[in-house]
Design a binder for this molecule. Structure first.
Ligand code: V3L
Length: 85
């Protein structure tokens, strides 16, 4: 079902799940077929590009991270920088 998918951004050696609020905003924009939009994440404006599946800080587009929409159970490092054991 639809609830079994969630959003991840890339870390050094694995994927981090987005925080719940950002996940909801990503999913809403994804379902509305938005391609490029901005989100406030941890106090910074990030550009989300769903054509390239990348995120980057608006003020520093050179540092890009891959993002993905994957099953909730996919391997991850943690959620929004909070590690899971
Ligand atoms: N949600 C939360 N924090 C983020 C996000 C996001 N979507 N995007 C970037 N940051 P940049 P490892 C990450 C944080 O891309 O060991 C992880 O959450 C980002 O945090 O240049 O490399 C970890 O906390 C980074 O601290 O804008 O896998 C940390 O990296 C900072 O914004 C280390 O993860 C700059 O990222």
């Amino acid at each position: 079902v639809e609830e079994s998918y969630t959003w991840f951004y890339e870390g050094r050696n694995g994927w981090w799940q987005y925080d719940e609020r950002t996940d909801a905003e990503l999913e809403e924009s994804y379902r509305a077929n938005k391609r490029t939009f901005e989100l406030l994440i941890a106090g910074y404006v990030y550009v989300i590009d769903l054509d390239s599946m990348l995120q980057y800080r608006r003020s520093d587009p050179s540092r890009r991270r891959r993002i993905k929409r994957d099953l909730v159970g996919a391997a991850k490092k943690g959620i929004a920088g909070l590690k899971i054991k």
